[in-house]
Design a protein around this ligand. Structure first.
Ligand code: NAD
Ligand code: ATP
Length: 294
């Protein structure tokens, strides 16, 4: 078995968890490749004990990797998607961050999780991704043009609202007067969209949700739409530019740009170990349905 390991940060207390991870993988004779920058970060005081092979980009990976393990929080998990892209390598996140909604393995159950992985006690989930095109050239979108959580447009460098004129399959929907508009996947429904009043959508539902960000309107509500909808948005901002975000990454778009958001033509595979279900994560991490009477 060949696995990749990706992390973005490294802080002292994490060393013991990374040690457990590397030792567990070595004991099972698993071929480990570590992302180059993360490897440089963890190499301190003769650690790790042996040399590892590395990868530095999407180009160094292929589908002979059984899994990409991420070490960090959800931000790290989201960044790992930019390495894996359409290669069909499933991602499994070890949470040594804070919330860890996507990174579901808890740091104190690393060896158990690796054992479940090796004995293939898991299911693979396919997660929908989004992609965006603009009627104006944008180099930032030429390569990494996909998002697992959401694509959002929002105001930039100003307190003025923006107007987002929206069309679904070329039919006019409405014009949102708001701080912005989020188009979220089921995966992203528990992220930014949730904070703006959007519904939770279970991961395998074939839907997207349009969630306005602070609309100055009493009747703008989140709208759930089929995942194959062609979403066209015209952004009108008082400033010359607005912000376009794809998960943790941002770029700017000119006012009056028209962007088209669609389901990406590839999906992301995530690993759901036996014992770990979406509803369990919802209860454990977002305290879903928590009630003092229970
Ligand atoms: N007000 C908000 O809630 C808000 C604002 C901006 C971005 N975000 C979310 O943060 C994501 C980017 O993550 P980051 O680490 O770069 O930013 P960040 O450091 O601001 O973290 C955002 C928080 O959202 C959580 N999160 C991310 N994706 C999630 C998901 N699918 N389900 C449940 N929780 C999730 C993370 O664990 C973290 O606690 C964006 O894709 C967006 O969904 C949320
Ligand atoms: N490899 C690591 N070693 C030590 N600490 C880490 C590591 N990765 C992440 N962290 C800690 O976790 C924090 C959050 O990590 P990250 O940015 O990946 O997740 P996040 O998007 O904030 O999501 P979450 O709330 O799930 O942690 C970091 O600021 C850092 O303090």
């Amino acid at each position: 078995m060949k696995v990749g390991i990706y992390g973005q940060y490294y802080k002292g207390e994490a060393i013991s968890y990374i040690e457990i991870l590397l030792k567990t993988l070595a004991a099972k004779n698993i071929d480990v490749f570590i992302e180059e920058n993360f490897y440089d970060l963890i190499k301190v005081n003769n650690f790790p004990e042996k040399e590892y092979q590395t990868f530095s980009s999407y180009k160094d990976l292929d589908n002979s990797f059984e899994v990409m393990l991420t070490v960090g929080g959800d931000g790290t998990f989201l960044r790992a998607v930019t390495f894996v892209r359409d290669l069909d390598i499933p991602i499994l996140g070890i949470n040594i961050g804070r919330l860890g909604f996507l990174a579901t393995i808890q740091k104190d159950s690393i060896s158990e999780a690796i054992n479940l992985l090796i004995t293939r006690k898991y299911t693979i989930n396919e997660r929908t991704l989004l992609s965006v095109t603009s009627n104006k050239k944008n180099d930032d979108l030429s390569e990494i043009n996909f998002a697992l959580n959401e694509i959002a447009v929002s105001r930039r460098n100003t307190t003025s609202m923006i107007t987002v004129e929206s069309y679904l399959n070329d039919e006019y929907l409405t014009s949102y007067w708001a701080d912005g508009l989020i188009v979220a996947t089921p995966t992203g429904s528990t992220g930014y969209s949730l904070s703006c009043g959007g519904p939770v959508i279970t991961p395998n539902t074939k839907s997207l949700v349009l969630t306005p960000i602070a609309p100055h309107n009493l009747n703008a509500r989140p709208l759930v739409i089929p995942e194959n909808t062609n979403i066209k948005l015209k952004i009108i901002a008082r400033e010359k530019q607005a912000l376009l975000s794809l998960d943790s990454r941002t770029t700017t778009i000119d006012s009056n740009s028209v962007i088209t958001i669609k389901k990406a033509d590839f999906s992301l595979k995530t690993i759901q170990l036996d014992q770990q279900t979406f509803f369990k994560t919802l209860r454990d991490k977002l305290l879903w349905g928590e009630d003092k009477r229970n």
